[in-house]
Design a protein around this ligand. Sequence first.
Ligand code: PML
Length: 266
Amino acid sequence: MALNRYYSVRMRSAREAVHISGAEGIYEKNEVAKIVQQYTDRAFEHEKGRADTIRITVDRLRDRPRKIVSLPLCSLNTRNAEAAQKAAMKLLTSVGIEERAVEEAFKALTMGLSMRGAMLLDIEGVRLEPDLLRGVRVTRMGINRSASKDLSRKLGRLGLNNDTVKEALILASKVQKYRMVLGELCISDDPNYTTGYIATRTHGYVRIPRIKKRGIPYGGRAFFITGGEVMDLIKYLQQTPVIISEIKPCTGVVPLKEILERKSRR
Ligand code: PML
């Protein structure tokens, strides 16, 4: 049997043991050296400061990556954290997640601890991840060349063609592909990055500006999940290679009401 030609490339950088940046993708062998160089440059040039430790891991994938379609992307125009939280609440409860679960997630994500991975909550807000301090890291995801070009073009029209948005959309699309996941809430832990998002299969990837005040150095991700085997979900999130091969529409600001009326088109 021919060897799989895909490699997972992951980077994490830190300064004085404090996390600065991370990146990951799935690439063909002939692209790996160039990507390692790009990730290294990125770690050195990050606005949070120059990294003093950069860890890059390259693993050949045993399984062929599963090709998936991205979530469609749009933005709200929320004015402040209160409006952002209300919008997030409406989006998440509209897919069956209970208010108390969303409240629990906001509480945990804004209490001042940043976990490395995502927290898992059932629809009532009970935490399900085996390691409550580390959470669950989503890895083994990427985008192929033609989809990446298409995504850059679509995001470029919105002034959003940057690694942060691209990588968050790739991650959210992988996560929502698993049926047990009903929704995701993300607040960046970058103190200068105040846009978060909600992702659901019904509404797509909805960017939520001003979800936190500038200067707050914590955040994270919460995945809301419904009945099923949690360990199978964790295995999927951490080990199943997934590659985005098609990009759904990316639109600018859409009123919340319109998003809530939208049914899944995927
Ligand atoms: C992160 O990885 O820090 C979270 C990024 C959230 C991106 C939200 C967006 O601008 O679409």
